[in-house]
Write a protein that binds this ligand. Structure first.
Ligand SMILES: Cc1cc2nc3c(=O)[nH]c(=O)nc-3n(C[C@H](O)[C@H](O)[C@H](O)COP(=O)(O)OP(=O)(O)OC[C@H]3O[C@@H](n4cnc5c(N)ncnc54)[C@H](O)[C@@H]3O)c2cc1C
Length: 387
């Protein structure tokens, strides 16, 4: 029987596995996808998460693969409303790092393979978890390239569900999250970066809805536009038209490399630890992508949970009187932080909704004045960078 099974090799499951391997624990990760994903959802990596990634040797390769965003600016009707420096004094990483999610996953997988060869098992989908002698029996299917799917079984002492926002394991454990659906939808696309913004993140606060854009490696820029109810068929030309009308900036539709639409939902479980099972990442809390903190929050949870899981395993041989108290403190503090991040994302989305031009003008004046105060700017920078 292995010490811990992690279900899901997303960014959170992979980091958790590397952290546990680093503590000398016998861990396996089961991932239903036979091949690594190529999608690019999460791009923003925040300074506290970089410090955690550094403990498994992932920060360096990620920084070398990404773009360091040191500043953000907000424009409206062609005029600069405010700008913000992301360098929080005293921090080791005075920037937000932008890396496409598939590259982040590659780096984490490489680091995991370096510290625990053979930890990741691809093509294994877990569909059932059964309590078994103080641990868990996992059942599912293993897909091989060679032939039909085979039944799969494994036993573990601890179970970590990192299987994403629609977690099947969460349901199997009988946990129901509180879910909130937002009315907002967004259109998102990556295009060749022909703007003058270089390594700056830019918000366009416009009457028909917000547009945000972020630099990515390879001379690419990601654009995200509030779009109201989803369009029947999103197209690069359609998004380019929205960007032109709202911001005056031209993007070349033929340079589009990623296009997607997304609606927004948030969810939060009442508890993350359930006996010898834990919910982690989006399985525990889904945040609005506007604000870009979901993956980072999952990583910070993993860093806080890993030493406690090690103590849980040790307590089977040697009683640990403080363990229950420390697990309760972990859960209380991480759920409080998730609620705070979710509220922040709600505020970000509210600021991006359509507004009548007179109201927008007044709001921009207020934002501009507030951001000229050093204390306000420092507070906002700390919020944006998850300090
Ligand atoms: C458009 C968009 C932009 C975003 N931008 C940011 C950002 O900039 N910064 C940020 O911090 N966050 C961002 N997020 C959020 C971020 O993508 C998620 O918080 C993050 O991916 C969650 O990671 P995870 O490992 O918990 O889950 P996932 O990434 O969903 O991974 C779960 C894994 O589990 C596997 N799996 C599922 N079920 C099973 C099963 N039964 N058996 C085996 N394997 C299974 C899946 O195949 C998947 O690989 C964004 C999200 C979106 C949609």
């Amino acid at each position: 029987m292995i010490d811990a099974a992690i279900v899901g090799a997303g960014p959170v499951g992979l980091l958790m596995a590397a952290l546990m391997r680093g503590r000398g624990l016998d861990v396996a990760v089961f991932e239903k996808r036979p091949e690594p994903g190529t999608q690019s959802r999460a791009i923003g990596i925040h300074p506290p998460a970089l410090a955690v990634l550094d403990t498994v040797g992932a920060a360096g390769p990620l920084i070398r693969s990404g773009v360091c965003i040191r500043r953000g600016s907000a424009y409206s009707s062609g005029r600069k409303v405010a700008s913000l420096d992301f360098a929080v004094p005293g921090t080791e990483y005075p920037f937000i790092l932008a890396v496409p999610q598939h590259r982040t996953l590659d780096v984490l997988e490489e680091r995991l393979e370096a510290c625990g060869p053979g930890t990741l098992h691809r093509g294994v989908g877990i569909s059932e978890v059964v309590p078994d002698g103080g641990g868990w029996l996992l059942r599912g299917k293993r897909t091989t390239r060679a032939g039909p799917a085979e039944p799969f079984e494994a036993g573990c002492r601890l179970l970590i569900a990192a299987d994403g926002a629609h977690s099947g394991l969460r349901a199997a454990l009988g946990v129901t999250p509180r879910v909130h659906d937002y009315p907002d939808h967004y259109l998102m696309g990556d295009f060749r970066d022909d703007t003058p913004f270089a390594e700056e993140a830019v918000l366009f606060l416009e009457a028909p809805g917000i547009v945000e854009c972020f630099p990515l490696p390879g001379g690419v820029r990601r654009w995200v536009a509030w779009s109201g109810p989803p369009e029947a068929q999103a197209s690069a030309e359609g998004l380019a038209g929205i960007l032109r009308r709202r911001t005056g900036h031209e993007v070349d539709p033929s340079s589009n490399t990623m296009l997607s639409t997304f609606g927004v939902r948030s969810s939060l479980v009442p508890a993350m630890v359930h006996g010898s099972a834990a919910l982690l990442g989006d399985a525990a809390h889904e945040l609005s992508p506007i604000g870009g903190q979901g993956m980072n929050l999952g990583w910070l949870d993993a860093a806080a949970l890993a030493p406690l899981l090690e103590r849980m395993l040790q307590s089977r041989k040697r009683p640990d009187a403080m363990l229950d108290r420390d697990l309760a403190a972990f859960e209380q503090s991480r759920l409080r932080i998730a609620r705070k991040a979710s509220r922040q994302a709600g505020i970000n989305m509210a600021l991006g909704r359509p507004l009548s031009p007179p109201l927008l003008r007044w709001r921009n004046i207020l934002i501009g004045r507030a951001m000229r105060h050093g204390a306000v700017a420092a507070f906002v920078a700390r919020r944006f960078t998850m300090h």
